[in-house]
Design a binder for this molecule. Structure first.
Ligand SMILES: *[C@@H]1O[C@H](CO)[C@@H](O)[C@H](O)[C@H]1NC(C)=O
Ligand SMILES: *[C@@H]1O[C@H](CO)[C@@H](O)[C@H](O)[C@H]1NC(C)=O
Ligand SMILES: *[C@@H]1O[C@H](CO)[C@@H](O)[C@H](O)[C@H]1NC(C)=O
Ligand SMILES: *[C@@H]1O[C@H](CO)[C@@H](O)[C@H](O)[C@H]1NC(C)=O
Ligand SMILES: *[C@@H]1O[C@H](CO)[C@@H](O)[C@H](O)[C@H]1NC(C)=O
Length: 774
């Protein structure tokens, strides 16, 4: 999304001028100018509407939708195929803007949502990659719940929509990807848990009706989308060549889980092609998989404006009408952009599709709006009617933003005696770096206006006296003010360097070319560390990982923290960790590769698996065997934890039918069918101990290494659980493992198989061997 800017600037401009007129034209009005929410079936202004079936709340959604569709002309129907949906005055249907965003807080990206004097800001949570690093599934949902409450509150005063095109659950396949920051990282299981958790938090209604939606979420960008603009290849022209195996075990799982476990109301197809077909025009990917196989209850929307892109940029069809027909027939329901509004009528008239195809698409859109209560009359009388500006940026919500950042921050290096700093012995702190006192950098992209900011410097000053030198005028500084920085480090009891990236380095439409810290940052860090009087704490604020081997190796750099883009309260959370008010518990959701990796691997190569024939090293912890700077799951605590296996089977047999071929011959793997596995579910019980004195949370990762058949991953995460343990405390963690679901792998053609033989389960340094046989 966000080709958009060009596309939507007239809309933005219009919104602004309407808004200015609102203030200006009614400036004599003393009370805060509140706009009513947008909704249909306003029977108070038009009593005739009460006789329409689609406005009748006692009828079922499907009946109401077919009643509505029956009343529309073809031209009117086509107006409901685009994000700036048309109005039908005679039916009491106002214009509706489908495009709003809420990636990590209600956002102003997308024309459906605005801030004003009535609601000047919303709670801005950490950028997703940091929240994912918390590995705390209940946190993902808790954040979604706060965001949807703030969204409803803003909707009630006419500032926000009901349909949000978040979350972004693409796999963070390559560290250079500018949008990796928006995602939950490189692991399919974590991405699935994040996506379904956040979606539930956004969508789940207190209504009691499981079909009702608080707001509608959207999982994007379907599928195999994770390249924006790299060395002349951009997302609008990129054909992702993906094997069936990689599609099945890497790119699709988060989307499948989002639909099946999260019950998401929408999926967005991407700009790129997959194996020669634009995703938004691929009937197998849309109608086949999302609609039929996964049974999406909701709508499929295009990226903005990917239907235009597949015609005008990719030249996938000869005529625009053909593009309109192909996408709708493939299963697309809504077009972000105007393309379907312009070309669908001619496509119907030309016989490329029939009116009932259009009906099917708009019915999915209407059904979503019905579930949101859009056709139920004035929402201020409804379940969320009492929510308003007072419910946005509450103390509690802002505290959750701080808590989320604390839980995500990853401690990567900690020499004995470095962190936590004690505010009683550390009397002066030197704070250095281009990100030391940043505001907007902390909230990353797809941001909104935050309630307020606490910069790292402000967070640290709250505990001890500080001196401050930026050292670099910006993250990409071509010269560094090393001398002033050295001066303050040489005299302070401890030094904190806040370095890393910002949107000038990694963002939508901008992938990186290398993994080194930008500009003169390495020089500044090394020089300052040399002369510093006390401990040197290096903080990397970034979405993607960096090759910071020089700092990892430098004994003068005593601690390293990665803080993602930590959101509006980032500085407070950083201080909480540095001074030990919070014991760090975040773990890396992505591999940090050395610079040499990007010299070997073209970003355009989608393959996850290594290729020994040409030295291609593979991608992510599941396949890559080369050196890393830091690995997936890395993260230290101020305490230490110990795992002990209490219960786990050594042998699991899978029953096979009498005449199954593998009963007589030696099969390396068998098909993973649900029925077959019904009796192949077992429990693993672990005792987890905090062996230190400091309380803290700890994530227990359960990995499995299957036998090496079908080019399966060397290791993959099958479950994780975060527990809080007080000093010397212990807890029991139970994992429920389903052999067919959790221990199966994808074969070369994308079918799930259970490998026969020895599977190695890992928890920390503990290994347990489990044999699976028939
Ligand atoms: C209500 O219906 C009546 C009869 O069809 C019509 O005359 C009148 O204009 C309608 N009112 C509105 C507000 O549309
Ligand atoms: C609404 O629908 C219910 C159930 O079909 C029906 O009994 C009722 O008469 C309808 N109400 C109106 C105002 O048409
Ligand atoms: C730090 O940033 C804040 C917010 O932008 C600003 O008010 C303050 O003056 C800055 N502090 C220093 C020491 O530059
Ligand atoms: C870092 O240390 C490792 C292990 O001691 C060494 O192999 C490597 O060359 C060092 N790299 C740098 C950049 O100092
Ligand atoms: C997970 O997050 C929730 C919500 O912030 C928090 O209450 C809980 O303590 C966290 N769990 C752990 C183990 O840290």
């Amino acid at each position: 999304m966000l080709r958009s800017f060009k596309l939507n600037s007239p809309v933005f401009a219009m919104g602004v001028s309407v808004f200015l007129c609102f203030i200006f034209c009614f400036s004599s009005v003393r009370v805060l100018a509140q706009t009513p929410p947008v909704f249909a079936c306003d029977v108070r202004s038009n009593p005739n509407l009460s006789s329409f079936g689609f406005c009748n709340t006692t009828m079922g959604v499907n009946d109401r939708v077919s009643d509505l569709v029956k009343r529309l002309t073809l031209q009117e129907k086509i107006g409901f195929l685009v994000n700036a949906a048309g109005s039908v005055n005679r039916l009491g249907i106002p214009k509706y803007e489908w495009w709003s965003e809420a990636l990590h807080g209600v956002s102003y990206v997308g024309p459906g949502t605005h801030f004003s004097s009535v609601v000047p800001g919303a709670t801005s949570f950490p950028q997703v990659i940091l929240t994912a690093a918390s590995f705390n599934a209940s946190l993902f949902e808790a954040i979604g719940k706060v965001v949807s409450t703030e969204a409803r509150a803003m909707y009630n005063v006419g500032l926000a929509g009901l349909t949000y095109w978040s979350p972004n659950i693409n796999i963070f396949r390559d560290p250079r990807w500018g949008r990796g920051q928006e995602t939950p990282g490189e692991d399919p299981l974590l991405s699935s848990k994040y996506g379904s958790g956040y979606v539930k938090g956004l969508q789940q209604s207190d209504d009691g009706n499981p079909n009702a939606l608080k707001v509608a979420a959207c999982c994007k960008h379907y599928t195999a989308y994770d390249l924006d603009n790299w060395k002349g290849t951009d997302r609008y022209h990129f054909n992702a060549v993906v094997t069936k195996q990689d599609l099945d075990d890497t790119f699709q799982p988060p989307f499948k889980s989002c639909v099946l476990d999260g019950n998401v109301a929408s999926v967005m197809c991407s700009y790129n092609q997959v194996n020669g077909k634009p995703t938004c025009a691929d009937p197998d990917l849309l109608a086949g998989i999302i609609r039929s196989e996964w049974k999406l209850n909701g709508y499929i929307v295009s990226d903005c404006d990917s239907v235009d892109v597949l015609y005008n940029q990719q030249h996938y069809t000869k005529t625009p009408e053909e593009a309109a027909a192909k996408t709708i027939l493939a299963g697309l329901d809504l077009n972000c952009g105007s393309f379907l509004g312009q070309h669908t009528e001619a496509a119907v008239k030309g016989g490329l599709l029939v009116e009932s195809d259009v009906d099917k698409a708009i019915s999915n859109n209407f059904a979503t709006l019905m579930r949101l209560g859009f056709f139920d009359g004035d929402p201020r009388k409804g379940l969320y009617g009492k929510l308003g500006p007072k419910d946005v940026c509450t103390q509690e919500n802002q505290e959750l933003a701080r808590e989320a950042a604390r839980q995500g921050i990853v401690l990567l290096k900690n020499t004995k005696g470095s962190l936590p700093l004690s505010p009683t012995t550390i009397k002066t702190l030197a704070v250095i770096g281009p990100n030391a006192n940043v505001t907007k950098t902390m909230i990353g992209n797809y941001e909104g206006t935050p309630c307020k900011y606490t910069t790292p410097l402000q967070g640290l000053i709250a505990s001890v006296a500080t001196t401050y030198q930026p050292g670099c005028s910006n993250v990409a500084c071509s010269s560094a003010d090393v001398d002033n920085a050295k001066n303050i480090a040489a005299s302070a009891d401890a030094t904190v360097l806040v370095m890393g990236a910002d949107q000038s380095i990694e963002r939508e439409s901008l992938d990186r070319n290398d993994l080194l810290l930008p500009g003169q940052q390495p020089l500044l860090i090394t020089e300052v560390a040399k002369v510093a009087k006390g401990p040197v704490i290096l903080i990397i604020m970034s979405g993607g990982g960096f090759d910071i081997t020089f700092a990892k190796n430098d004994s003068k750099v005593t601690s390293i923290l990665w803080v993602g883009y930590p959101g509006e309260a980032g500085g407070a959370a950083i201080a909480d960790v540095i001074f030990g008010y919070y014991n760090p518990s975040g773990r890396l959701p992505m591999t940090w590769y050395p610079q040499s990796y990007v010299d070997k691997v073209p970003m355009t190569n989608m393959n996850m698996r290594p290729d020994t024939a040409n030295g291609y090293p593979g991608r992510t912890y599941r396949f890559y065997t080369g050196d890393t700077v830091y690995s997936f799951g890395d993260g230290l605590s101020y305490s230490t934890f110990n795992h002990q296996l209490v219960k786990a089977p050594k042998l699991v047999s899978i029953p096979l039918e009498e005449d199954h071929v593998c009963r007589s011959s030696d099969c390396k793997s068998i098909d993973a069918f649900e029925q077959r596995c019904q009796n192949s579910i077992f429990d693993i019980h672990m005792k987890v101990q905090n062996t230190g004195l400091i309380s803290g949370s700890h994530t227990v990762f359960l990995f499995s290494s299957p036998p090496f058949v079908h080019n399966s991953p060397q290791k993959h995460l099958i479950s994780f659980e975060k527990v809080f343990l007080s000093g010397k405390g212990e807890a029991m963690v139970r994992f429920n493992v389903d052999v067919c679901k959790d221990l199966s792998v994808s074969d070369e053609v994308g079918s799930r198989k259970v490998a026969m033989g020895e599977h190695l389960l890992h928890v920390g340094t503990l290994k347990h061997s489990l044999t699976i046989r028939i």
